[in-house]
Design a protein around this ligand. Structure first.
Ligand code: CA
Length: 224
């Protein structure tokens, strides 16, 4: 899952980037409204955390512009304090939810997960494919009822593949969504796919992650 954090206050931005990265999200950062608009138009994000008071273009305008361009990425707005802005107005600009500062990071994570669940595919809270179960809220993974320990990066990779189960996901798309960095080498992705196979497939006599030659990887719905 790839998240765009739009926040001009360095301390809050850093806390959000570090916190979300630790949860296994790929995080990009914009510190002004016009940069945010450009980034959200050029890249594909799974959610946007958007501060309202921003240099050059405020959050309201960013939100409205994105919706006018047909970009339906879920948006969680951060407001400076409760009551400063009309909450109805925030939602009317096309935001999906809002949170007043100072906010609890745990609450922000919960709101973000709710938005991601509501995403275009209407994916349920817990992902389940062929005995493989991923619970993003508890950061837990199991196969055939046995718990599997995953690092945040492995978790992020598996989550994206499970969200797209049955589809051959291009390598570059996986790298963009899981690492959030176009510069990451495809060999790194290959190494992580290997880690995942050794954890979720080999011990269970399965082969869930297919290599699709010339494209990338596909999580098969009936790996046997
Ligand atoms: Ca601000």
């Amino acid at each position: 899952m790839r998240i765009l954090v739009v926040e001009d206050e360095t301390v809050i931005a850093r806390a959000l980037i570090e916190g979300l990265s630790a949860e296994g999200y790929a995080v990009d950062h914009a510190d002004s409204g016009d940069t945010a608009l450009w980034m959200a138009t050029e890249n594909s994000y799974d959610a946007i955390v958007l501060d309202l008071m921003l240099p050059r273009m405020n959050g309201f305008l960013v939100c409205r512009n994105l919706r006018e361009r047909g970009i339906a990425t879920p948006i969680l707005v951060l407001t400076a304090k409760d009551g400063e802005f009309d909450q109805v107005e925030i939602l009317d600009t096309g935001a999906d939810d809002y949170l007043a500062k100072p906010f609890s990071f745990v609450v922000l994570l919960a709101r973000l997960r709710a938005l991601l669940r509501r995403g275009p595919s209407g994916t349920p809270a817990t992902l389940e494919v062929d005995g493989l179960v991923l619970d993003p809220a508890r950061h837990r993974c199991s196969r055939d009822g046995t718990d599997v320990e995953l690092s945040p990066r492995e978790f992020g990779l598996l989550r994206y593949l499970m969200h797209n189960a049955g589809r051959a996901v291009p390598k570059r798309e996986l790298i963009e969504h899981v690492w959030g960095d176009d510069e990451v080498d495809e060999n790194v992705l290959q190494v992580y796919v290997g880690y995942l196979r050794r954890k979720i497939d080999e011990p269970f006599g399965r082969s869930t992650i297919d290599t699709v030659r010339g494209i990338g990887y596909r999580l098969s719905r009936s790996g046997s």
